[in-house]
Write a new protein. Structure first.
Lengths: 226, 211
């Protein structure tokens, strides 16, 4: 399967460098990583230019809604419809080396599947690693919270953490022309996929991804984000 | 030349991951030893770094003076097997030809110690182009550059490995010892291969702002 990893990045060059390194360290090889450096961010190329190896594709578009930023990344690849899977890499989280391999394995074993996501077992909060254990309901408990999804799921669905979304072409076609951008990208996508009968499954990548909580999170006040 | 890159890291696991990846990506093959320093309770960063790095040794020790932290890293491996010791700070960016440039400098000069000035500073998310040359006064008649770019041979290591009078930052102490002993310093042209990162967890930032 041909995999397109896509990342939208705004003013986090040091984290982006690490994100690119994570993508390049994947054990699965048939990967192109496309990064939309949303303009308005400063010239970040000197921070990452030694990592360009032909499997990393950089584009720059004006910063817009997160859905538009992500679609700009994907659609900037001229042959994006030649790819089988589209894997979201947030620029600030940690993706270990088997992350993509596990996703590919799942899609190969479950041809009926259109979208996968996973719970998260490790949260890096500043400099402290908080590890989770399964609770009686099958979720993961960290500091008395369950890191399973961030905003509730459309009825009858079971999507997990938004930074772990990966999907096929059918799911991409379902969302690529959304224009009513009333919420974050992942919330829009889940609603549309649920409406279109797209099949979601859980991939067991909870040991391959770490949720990084830091001062440049999107939920932080701008006052604190410098 | 056999090269040992050494790093001491304190409360910066995300930056440490990137640092390990920088060294694993070097065009010149090295061994990388990392000393993770902790205060009262050991912070185990295995889950953050277990999948990356090649030729990597990670040890955990109590946080003490930077001099001790660095030497704890070097002493964690059989350091007498190595020709060159390259200081790698956990927060700065080292591009893929960084070590190769240092090896070339040692091969072409009779240097015991090399350092480099820096051309780019990443301050938060903004790049500032300049010439960042050193962080403190230099001993007379010497020309040491930025401390995160120090690299040295065994002779230079022998002079600093047993220091016990911690009167300043480790790099200031090292420069004094090397100058006193008449070691030869050369400039490695690595200014385009290292980026100085300024952020909320710099050592010069107050502790209450660093969490």
């Amino acid at each position: 399967m041909k995999v397109l990893i896509y990342t939208s990045s705004f003013d986090r060059p040091k984290m982006l460098r690490s994100c690119i390194q994570d993508a390049q360290s994947q054990t699965y090889n048939d990967i192109l990583h496309v990064i939309n450096l949303t303009a308005g961010s400063t010239n970040q190329i000197p921070v990452i230019n030694d990592l360009f190896n032909g499997k990393t594709h950089i584009v720059m578009y004006p910063n817009g809604h997160s859905h538009v930023n992500n679609m700009n990344a994907i659609m900037s690849v001229h042959n994006y419809m030649d790819f089988d899977l589209f894997v979201k890499f947030d620029d600030d989280d940690i993706h270990k080396k088997d992350y993509v391999q596990n996703i590919v394995n799942h899609f190969e074993q479950h041809p009926e599947c259109d979208v996968v996501s996973t719970c998260i077992k490790h949260q890096l909060n500043g400099n402290v690693v908080l590890n989770a254990s399964p609770n009686q309901f099958g979720g993961w408990v960290i500091c008395n919270d369950v890191y399973d999804n961030l905003t509730g799921n459309p009825e009858g669905t079971d999507y997990h953490m938004p930074m772990t979304f990966a999907f096929n072409k059918k799911a991409l076609l379902s969302i690529m022309n959304l224009t009513n951008l009333w919420h974050f990208d992942d919330v829009l996508w889940r609603e549309k996929w649920a409406k279109d009968g797209i099949i979601h499954q859980t991939v067991h990548n909870e040991d391959q991804v770490i949720w990084y909580v830091h001062a440049n999170n999107i939920s932080m006040s701008h006052l604190l984000k410098t | 030349m056999k090269v040992l890159c050494f790093t001491t890291s304190y409360n910066r696991p995300k930056m440490l991951r990137s640092c390990i990846q920088d060294i694993a990506n070097q065009t010149y093959s090295v061994h990388h030893v990392v000393n993770v320093a902790f205060d009262t309770e050991k912070q185990d960063y295995t889950s953050i770094i277990e999948d990356i790095g090649s030729n990597l040794t990670v040890v955990y020790n109590k946080n003490v003076h930077q001099q001790v932290n660095h030497m704890n890293a070097i002493k964690a491996v059989n350091y007498k097997d190595y020709d060159l010791f390259v200081k790698i700070d956990d927060d700065d960016i080292y591009k893929s030809d960084y070590v190769e440039n240092i090896v070339q400098c040692f091969e072409e000069t009779k240097a015991d110690v090399t350092s480099s000035f820096i051309a780019d500073q990443l301050n938060g998310h903004t790049i500032y182009r300049g010439r960042y040359d050193n962080l403190g006064n230099k001993p007379e008649h010497t020309n040491f550059h930025m401390p995160m770019t120090f690299a040295f041979n065994r002779k230079a290591l022998d002079l600093i490995i047993g220091l016990t009078d911690f009167y300043h930052y480790e790099d200031m102490m090292w420069r004094d010892e090397w100058t006193k002993a008449g070691l030869i310093h050369s400039t490695a042209l690595n200014h385009e291969s290292v980026i100085w990162y300024i952020h909320g967890k710099n050592i010069s930032t107050a502790n209450f702002l660093r969490s």
